[in-house]
Design a protein around this ligand. Structure first.
Ligand SMILES: Cc1cc2nc3c(=O)[nH]c(=O)nc-3n(C[C@H](O)[C@H](O)[C@H](O)COP(=O)(O)OP(=O)(O)OC[C@H]3O[C@@H](n4cnc5c(N)ncnc54)[C@H](O)[C@@H]3O)c2cc1C
Length: 875
């Protein structure tokens, strides 16, 4: 057979592994586009997950209306689900119907396992080998092999010895199992265990459940398809599907912007009750915006769920054992059930806590734990899967130069977009690691991946290209992005299969992409619209590569930027000063307040031209404390004691110091050098009045953000030149250090990241005459001598016009022998560090700042040795 692309003697354009939701749609779509395609499937029929998992109670937990294909309007109209959450047999019938309707079966090789796939560098094709000892040559090799298709083999001693029946939930006998009159053990309480246990209990004479990790589960309240849902779908299926595709999890829903502690406890519990009663898997996690990221917020859900378990399970000790305490809600896949917890009230059902009483061995007649011996007729293993990467690396895949995939992924999977991996041309993974995949309604994610793949293949055909591969740069950037996104959530804290933690020896890496279906789709579209950013192509049509990294901003930064862009505000530099000040004050309303501190008191101190207001934040620990004098940002024009209040609280807590925030005079009313003169006067006053403030004058540091960073830097120079007060350290956060707006970062980041180059120009115009701007008191970088300055931490943000200002000052101080650490924050913007509890990905930088201040303010002084830290965040 000659393939449609026409180069070489190929058997097929595309070989697809797997005939589940993904493989079936891939086959239909690619054949429809004229690509010769075959599917190889180890089972003897279609269905994938729904072919293998036939245990009692197996059903989907995303509502069937959502958990179904959208590509065929006719199919959507003709297929009616009998239940809200369809059973395994019904879903299997559905997939069989799809295969028949589109005449797919004849293109599928059943009962055949792919064992190896090797890329032929010279001929640009894949050789795919099966367990039937045949070899297929194809241009494109697509693994639609499933994320949960490789069962995890139970690593329990003595499994082979048991003389009774052994069942695995994911390899259940087709004819079913009758447990009547039997003594049954179920090992495992993940989704499959939770679904099957109530039904096995109904038949068995005695059931013992062996639990290692309790899981959060809620009633599914299954029944007929809810009328409201059906009406919403029927009214406009296309609009409904569109909403699903552009949602966070692949199911139409409005994300909450409200945080847990913004509402009263009463309101919070009412929302949790409503989510609980909804029987919707995703409802509880999405009641509030911060449940997935803030431990305290999540704890309120955990408490609510544990109270529910206690209200159902009558025996307090059993309820306690069934209550999850080792992970946050949602960090392991939550479950939906029918009578799961109620089952433990039945007299013939027992529970063994393997944490306290681990299995020693399986014997010929049953199970021996550390303290007991059980006799069983049957053992059911509900022990889960080697998820996401397992089925892929189970095949012996070799890419360019014969390099195998398994070692490349030994420390965790490395992909670009979860779709491809560098060094393996024309190899695609459907719902692969690094894509939303198992965190989403999988059918939506499957269709998106296959549509993207199909468009890519069409593009290549049109351009006469026959090899595509992500670049190493693009892949490294994506892996970083996937990890950055996971790191601002609570997911990595759990020993979950999302983290590979259920398989001994598997690297502990968060496997799916947590950024959401909508954002991910947008990213994939953007990659294409930017000329297949990060992909290299080759073929008769020529070689081309558009190297680069997509999504370089931190996820939470992008979200904030989108929210602000959605407000449609006029540029600040076009406003009157009073209006700009009012706007800034207005934007602070409703933001997270920052952490609690022991005491906050306002006062006045002597400035150069009269009294200045200050605000003093005290930590809870006993004093006297070191003192940090803080100068707020706002381009010498905007801001005040309120504008940086959350950041001052954060500084106070993290540095365990008294923070005195100084309200220096602002431009244009008081132009240069009023602000820096006030800053220096304030430091002198605070040093002189340290005792009254409860502080220790011998341990005094300065810190400032933006224009405040400029003031802090200048104050250090003034104090050095005046012979005091002694400043133990300076923290300059995104400081203005020079009046030259021509630096690269002013050009690259001139617009779109809140602080713009135009706004910076406006600030300078308000603050200082052009002739004054080169004065070192305005541009501290221009000081003739930078030696003898206090040790410094300079923080810069990648997407900040001021980035190179800070970097240049750090480098110049280091060259002058000052102890300097430069913390370059990847993916951050000018306002990130001060956006406490909003830009969580800047939490690591805030921690570094706190640590630096603690070091500065403790004897002996730190020694950075001019180190440059390309750090983002420490989790
Ligand atoms: C019990 C259970 C319930 C689930 N419920 C939901 C739900 O409610 N919502 C949701 O979104 N997701 C759910 N999932 C996830 C589910 O896996 C996906 O929704 C979806 O079915 C995956 O489809 P797929 O085609 O990608 O993979 P699969 O359905 O897993 O199909 C992959 C196929 O590839 C075959 N295969 C693998 N390797 C090879 C090889 N080397 N050679 C030949 N054949 C191979 C396998 O035999 C399998 O048939 C559930 C999973 C399970 C186990």
């Amino acid at each position: 057979m000659r393939a449609a692309n026409g180069r070489g003697d190929l058997d097929f354009d595309v070989v697809v592994v797997g005939a589940g939701f993904a493989g079936l749609y891939a086959l239909h779509r690619l054949r429809g586009l004229g690509f010769s395609t075959t599917v190889i499937e180890s089972a003897d029929d279609v269905g994938g997950t729904w072919y293998w998992n036939r245990y009692p109670g197996a059903r989907c937990d995303i509502e069937s209306i959502d958990y179904s294909y959208s590509f065929d309007p006719e199919l959507q109209a003709e297929w009616q689900w009998s239940e809200r959450y369809a059973t395994q047999p019904e879903i299997l019938r559905y997939l069989g119907h799809v295969a028949d309707k589109h005449e797919l079966r004849r293109h599928i090789r059943f009962s055949t396992r792919v064992v190896a796939a090797t890329w032929d560098d010279d001929a640009s094709f894949w050789r795919v080998r099966t367990d039937r000892a045949d070899e297929l040559r194809c241009r494109f090799y697509v693994m639609a092999s499933g994320c949960l298709s490789l069962p995890k083999t139970p690593d329990i001693e003595g499994v082979g010895r048991f003389r009774g029946a052994i069942y695995h939930t994911n390899r259940w006998p087709h004819e079913g199992v009758d447990f009547s009159g039997k003594r049954v053990a179920v090992i495992g309480t993940g989704s499959s265990g939770i679904q099957s246990i109530p039904l096995i209990a109904r038949q068995a004479a005695a059931l013992t459940v062996f639990q290692r990790t309790p899981n959060f589960s809620r009633p599914a309240y299954n029944g007929p398809v809810p009328a409201t849902k059906k009406a919403a779908f029927d009214a406009d299926p296309a609009a409904y599907r569109h909403a699903a595709r552009w949602s966070r999890a692949g199911v139409p829903a409005e994300p909450s912007l409200v945080r847990v502690f913004q509402v009263s406890e009463e309101e919070r519990l009412a929302k949790y009750e409503a989510a609980y009663a909804s029987g919707d898997l995703l409802a509880l996690s999405s009641t509030f915006a911060d449940i997935g990221a803030d431990p305290r917020a999540n704890q309120t859900v955990c408490d609510f769920m544990r109270a529910k378990i206690r209200s159902i399970v009558r025996d307090p000790a059993t309820a306690e054992t069934l209550s999850p305490k080792d992970h946050f809600y949602g960090t392991k896949r939550p479950c939906l059930d029918t009578d799961y917890f109620e089952t433990f009230n039945l007299p013939h059902v027992g529970l063994v806590d393997l944490r306290k009483d681990p299995i020693r061995t399986i014997t010929e007649t049953g199970i021996e734990t550390a303290s007991r011996s059980f006799a069983f007729d049957a053992i059911v293993f509900a022990t889960g899967f080697d998820a996401m990467t397992g089925p892929i690396v189970a095949v012996d895949i070799e890419g360019r130069n014969g390099s195998p995939l398994a070692p490349k992924w030994a420390e965790g999977p490395r992909t670009y977009l979860g779709l491809m991996t560098h060094g393996f041309p024309n190899f695609f993974t459907i719902t692969g690691p690094g894509s939303p995949s198992v965190l989403s309604n999988m059918v939506v994610s499957i269709e998106q991946h296959i549509d993207w793949l199909a468009a890519c293949l069409v593009h290549m055909r049109a351009e006469r290209l026959d090899a595509v591969e992500p670049t190493a740069t693009a892949e490294a950037g994506w892996v970083q992005h996937v990890n950055d996104c996971a790191d601002v959530t609570l997911f990595p804290s759990a020993n979950s299969w999302y983290m590979g933690a259920n398989v001994p020896g598997k690297p502990r890496v968060f496997l799916p992409y947590v950024g959401g279906v909508d954002r991910y789709r947008k990213t994939c579209d953007e990659v294409v619209s930017r000329g297949y950013l990060g992909f290299a192509f080759d073929g008769p049509g020529g070689a081309r590569c558009n190297d680069g990294v997509v999504n370089r901003l931190q996820l939470d930064v992008s979200i904030v930027l989108e929210l602000i862009a959605g407000l449609g505000l006029p540029p600040m530099e076009t406003m009157a000063v009073a209006d700009a000040r009012a706007l800034l004050a207005g934007m602070a309303i409703g933001r997270p307040p920052g952490p609690e501190v022991s005491d906050v008191a306002d006062g006045v101190l002597d400035g150069t031209a009269g009294l200045l207001a200050y605000r003093c934040y005290r930590p809870a620990s006993p004093g006297p404390h070191p003192i940090v004098v803080y100068f707020h940002g706002g381009g010498w024009v905007l801001g005040g004691l309120d504008s940086d209040d959350p950041f001052c609280r954060d500084l106070c807590v993290r540095s365990e110091s008294i923070v005195v925030s100084v309200d220096y005079r602002h431009a244009p009313e008081a132009r240069f050098p009023a602000a820096v003169d006030d800053g220096f006067a304030a430091v002198r006053w605070i040093a002189a009045n340290a005792d009254a403030l409860g502080g220790d004058a011998s341990r005094l540091a300065v810190c400032g953000w933006s224009a405040g960073g400029n003031i802090a830097a200048v104050v250090c120079q003034m104090a050095r030149d005046a012979g005091g007060p002694r400043i133990a350290g300076q923290v300059l956060v995104n400081p203005v250090t020079d009046c030259d707006l021509g630096r690269e970062s002013y050009v690259a980041n001139s617009d779109g990241y809140i602080l713009t180059t135009a706004l910076m120009r406006w600030f300078w115009d308000q603050y200082a005459d052009p002739a004054d701007r080169t004065d070192p008191k305005a541009s501290p970088l221009r000081a003739r001598d930078l030696s003898g300055l206090p040790p410094a931490l300079v923080v810069t943000a990648e997407f900040d016009p001021l980035r190179d200002d800070g970097a240049a000052y750090a480098a110049a101080m280091a060259a002058a022998g000052v102890d300097v650490c430069h913390l370059a924050c990847r993916g951050q913007i000018h306002t990130s560090v001060t956006a406490v509890d909003m830009i969580l990905s800047a939490g690591g930088a805030r921690e570094e700042i706190g640590a630096a201040l603690r070091r500065f303010l403790a004897a002996p002084a730190p020694a950075y040795g001019g180190e440059v830290v390309a750090a983002m965040r420490a989790s």
